[in-house]
Design a protein around this ligand. Structure first.
Ligand code: URA
Length: 442
């Protein structure tokens, strides 16, 4: 078999066989196939696409390229959630405890933030003492004992994706549905859960800006997961506006706590309950209506909040800060952003908000940057809200005052106003299962 012939076949619109796909991925990971041939292949895939079977073989070959998590020691159905990333997206911190409180098993590997999007591991590490490095038997024991663990990647999971993603990043082949779908699903399959709920974000703060593109990506990921023998559902959720009011690590943990205590913002609560309900249904805990009632009950009776505290304590964190958020402390510098006009907030440039938060120190530009855990934004006014000139639009927090002016200017530029109350998009736009697409935005 020669890589040259496989590239030619895909370039001409052919369908690659299982053997060809495995040859290509194994050879690339071993260094036998050079970057220049693989970049020709990713460009051929970009233009010619892949069938569902090709995508599944590509995903399986990538998932098998390194270590795979063995979760067989965990009793029951293991359920995972993956978000394609956004601004203010603290859903894992809310839904994992809800699912665990309802008897589900969440053994979750999360990531760090980069660029304008935040990462769950950074948010968790804002809790004093908490470690995301829980390995092997300890991970399995924690999930068996309390129903959830959220940790960072250990071992050498999916090296093929690490190499391929770096290559795609510099060859203008990131935004290819088969390549994104196989990249995300290879990591999900290697992480070992039986069931997966995908939260595919759409809008100005998301990777996919258009709903139709998000639905297509979701369909492909659901098809891959199903063909690989996993239970998979995808929800298309709005990321045209930040989720909740808080953006930044400690600020987001505080908002997640409020949501678990039943005091959260309506948008965040709705998205978390919907995702958690789907996770419980996939875990075989009951019908959709029964699982929604259980999820709401876990917030109302405090059992979900108790699970978050149990997880924090199990991972070495000081769970007292969750009961008394004042123990977190506040950033050294806080400034208010005031509305420049009377009217309604028509739109908030969500990616811009993420950048403003990162400029304050809440995110990193490079993997080596350190994070200011207390930095970030409180968005007092959201899309559709009425504002009066001089009223507080947002509060900005940082421990480095020299970062304030530029971040404030950036955040101000994110707000657009109108005179009439605008129509606000629904939060959950569609659900994709192996049986089809259910749309809620029509
Ligand atoms: N996230 C991933 O993990 N992979 C992609 O290709 C795009 C987003």
């Amino acid at each position: 078999m020669r890589m040259y012939d496989i590239i030619m076949k895909k370039r001409n619109g052919g369908t690659l066989s299982k053997e060809e796909i495995h040859f290509m991925i194994n050879g690339y990971v071993k260094g036998e196939i050079p970057d220049y041939q693989m970049s020709a292949m990713t460009m051929a895939i970009y233009y010619q696409g892949m069938t569902d079977e090709e995508m599944t073989e590509l995903t399986l070959a990538m998932a098998a390229s390194g270590d795979q998590m063995d979760l067989s020691g965990i009793q029951g159905i293991k359920v995972d959630k993956h978000s394609t990333g956004g601004v203010g997206d603290k859903t894992t911190l809310v839904l994992a405890p809800i699912v665990a409180a309802c008897g589900g098993r969440v053994a979750k590997i999360s990531g760090r933030g980069l660029g304008h999007t935040g990462g769950t591991l950074d948010k968790l590490e804002s809790i004093p003492g908490l470690s995301v490095a829980v390995e092997g038997e300890d991970f399995v024991r924690q999930v068996n004992e309390i129903g959830l663990a959220v940790i960072g990647q250990t071992g050498n999971l999916v090296p093929a994706d690490k190499k391929l993603y770096a290559l795609r990043d510099v060859t203008a082949t990131v935004d290819s549905v088969p390549l994104i779908a196989s990249s995300i699903m290879s990591k999900k399959l290697a992480s070992g859960s039986d069931a997966i709920v995908l939260d595919v974000k759409t809008g100005s703060g998301a990777f996919m800006k258009e709903t139709e593109d998000s639905i297509l990506l979701a369909q492909k990921m659901v098809a891959i997961g199903t063909l690989a023998g996993r239970r998979v559902v995808a929800l298309i959720t709005d990321m045209d506006t930040p989720l909740g009011h808080n953006v930044g690590n400690a600020l987001e943990v505080q908002e997640a706590v409020a949501t678990l205590q039943g005091r959260g913002p309506a948008d965040l609560t709705e998205v978390c309950l919907t995702l958690a309900t789907n996770m419980l249904v996939l875990s075989g805990k009951g019908s959709y209506e029964e699982c929604m009632a259980m999820a709401k009950g876990a917030i109302a009776n405090g059992s979900a909040f108790a699970k978050l505290k149990a997880m924090v304590a199990a991972q070495g964190g000081d769970s007292r800060v969750l009961d008394d958020l004042a123990l977190y402390g506040e950033a050294d510098v806080m400034e208010e952003l005031l509305a420049p006009v009377d009217g309604y907030v028509e739109h908030i440039d969500t990616e811009g908000c993420g950048i403003a938060a990162a400029m304050l120190g809440a995110g990193r530009e490079t993997k080596e940057d350190t994070i200011d855990m207390l930095a970030g934004l409180y968005l007092a006014k959201k899309e559709g809200d009425e504002v009066k000139k001089g009223e507080v639009l947002a509060r900005l927090y940082t421990c480095d005052g020299s970062k304030m002016a530029k971040a404030k200017e950036k955040l101000l530029s994110c707000y657009a106003y109108c005179e009439e109350k605008p129509v606000v998009m629904p939060l959950i736009l569609a659900k994709v299962t192996k049986d089809g697409v259910e749309r809620y935005d029509e």
